[in-house]
Design a protein around this ligand. Sequence first.
Ligand code: 2AM
Ligand code: CA
Ligand code: CA
Ligand code: CA
Length: 273
Amino acid sequence: MIKQYQEELSLAVRAAREAGGLIRDKIYRHQVTETKSCLSDLVTEVDRQAETCIVRLIQQHFPSHAVVGEEQQGNCAGEPGGAMTWYVDPLDGTTNFVFGLPFCAVSIALAHHGTPVLGVVHDPLRDETFTAVRDGGARLNDSPINTDHSIATLDRSLLVTGYPGNIANRPRMHLVNYRQLIDRCNNLRALGSAALELAYVASGRLTGFWEVSLRPWDVAAGMVLVEEAGGTVSDLAGRRLQLTESVDIAATNGLIHEELLECLEWPEYNEIK
Ligand code: 2AM
Ligand code: CA
Ligand code: CA
Ligand code: CA
């Protein structure tokens, strides 16, 4: 079998580890923070430095590829409109990072005509690198990983969700979903890094994840990880996930997917009401 995207994978791992070094060096120090769209939307020098480091490496090695990064403020490096687009979240879990809560990650994905084909999520504080290439399986460092197929019902599932901070326009939907699921699952967490939470679903540490109003760089890498680890990823209506401006995502071990979706409201529901 011809292994695809191996050069891209090594570069993504190298970039994620370099950026991760910056995060590891700075996490327990005081952070100078700025706010973006609202008071809870934080950014630090480390977010920007890590992104510069990753984008520079990608552009050096793959000058014809487009690169979309969270801190580029809408500017896309490289050639937009081509077949290959990288999605870079240099520091996923900035709020945790700012507070010194050790749960954050670097997330790098490559998409081919909009379909994510490669994902790397690197946790610099535990030195854990989750990788996956489409049709090539998922790994944690050098070992293959799988979603947890020993759990088939919500009442045995450890679920995770998040509050992206920009849900002000959909608070009701968020509370309804939270209320529904807390009653139905074994337990529910909110750990603050969507990329790392998806990597944990891929490696079986969590059974399922949902979150609304995320951005493509939050989910693109984790989506490949979960699918390659044997899980299922969709939007909240069960359709194939598209990397649009705003992303609502459900990702599970596959076995609980339908039951999770049955408990979740999806945005169109609000519009219909
Ligand atoms: P970030 O740390 O890269 O911004 C937390 O639920 C998840 O939502 C994280 O992956 C976080 O990514 C993302 N997120 C997006 N917008 C956010 C915001 N305004 N405040 C906090 N988290 C946000
Ligand atoms: Ca952010
Ligand atoms: Ca993010
Ligand atoms: Ca980020």
